[in-house]
Design a binder for this molecule. Structure first.
Ligand code: NAD
Length: 258
């Protein structure tokens, strides 16, 4: 049986791209996230048919630790192990810190940070038993640098880098790696939503947000592509990446080189 991979928040955007890439590399995959039930089922069956792997769907809500434990248990029951975890689910809210809604702060910390603790907490005993595992945390360039109006997101992503390093050190001699991937701007539904919010917060047009706020920070002047992040995840999940651990890997068109 091939290796198994859980990709949280994979009904859309980067997570879906990573699920596609890992399935393409022969992993049985568990997709997760919200959306239209029919569309999710189509995604699941398409992945399985396209790559000849098994694909499951978990409706686990990343705000709930009991859901996360259930998702890990179901994966182990179906595939015999949980070999790769990609902590990708994430949300965003853009507002000045003194106007930032407290419930949005909490939701962002829960989904973008605490969920990665809970998946790791639940999956590590299985990885340790097997002597092999890969934890890939989808952080952000905002795990390395800040931008205004994103207090909760930047805080959660910086925190994710801390968690990544601690986990990497704890399991370094057990065949398990833990790394953070730090993408720059990728044109996904999450970023589409931010264009309008940022336009409102800064009082500028949508075009100006793309040109002067988003791609202004990216020297390549291009959005990062989900397929590029998928390929990096496949590499990190491979045996060739066994010595990369505790790293924060920018994939940001040069943004954080500045
Ligand atoms: P997206 O909105 O397209 O996808 C987010 C996914 O998370 C969806 O599948 C959604 O259903 C799922 N999700 C949301 N809340 C959930 C919950 N409570 N439980 C389970 N699933 C939930 O966003 P994206 O742009 O693909 O972002 C994916 C990750 O990449 C996020 O962690 C984001 O912070 C990070 N990231 C995105 C960019 C970018 O420019 N798009 C840049 C850097 C990092």
């Amino acid at each position: 049986m091939g290796k198994s991979a859980i990709i949280t928040g994979s009904t859309s955007g980067i997570g879906l791209g990573i699920a596609d890439a890992l399935a393409g590399a022969g992993h049985n995959v568990v997709i997760n996230g919200f959306g239209d039930a029919g569309e999710i089922e189509r995604t699941r069956t398409d992945l399985a048919a396209k790559y000849g792997v098994e694909a499951l769907y978990s409706n686990a809500d990343m705000r709930r630790s009991e859901d996360i434990h259930r998702m890990i248990d179901e994966t182990v029951a179906a595939f015999g192990s949980v070999d790769v975890i990609v902590n990708n689910a994430g949300i965003q809210h853009v507002a000045p810190v003194d106007e930032f809604p407290a419930e949005k702060w909490q939701a962002i910390l829960d989904i973008n940070l605490s969920a990665a603790f809970h998946t790791t907490h639940a999956a590590l005993p299985h990885m340790k038993a097997k002597g092999w595992g890969r934890i890939i945390n989808i952080a952000s360039a905002h795990g390395l640098v800040a931008s205004p109006y994103k207090s909760a997101y930047v805080t959660a992503k910086h925190g994710m880098l801390g968690l990544t390093k601690v986990v990497a050190l704890e399991v370094a001699q057990q065949g398990i790696t833990c790394n953070a991937v730090c993408p720059g701007y990728v044109l996904t539904p999450l970023v589409e939503g931010q264009i309008d919010d940022t336009a409102k917060a800064r009082g500028i047009s949508r075009d100006a947000v793309v040109r002067d706020v988003m791609l202004a920070t990216q020297p390549t002047k291009e959005f990062v592509k989900v397929e590029q992040i998928g390929s990096l995840a496949v590499f990190l999940a491979s045996d060739a990446a066994a010595s990369i651990t505790g790293a924060a890997l920018p994939i940001d068109g040069g943004w954080t080189a500045q």
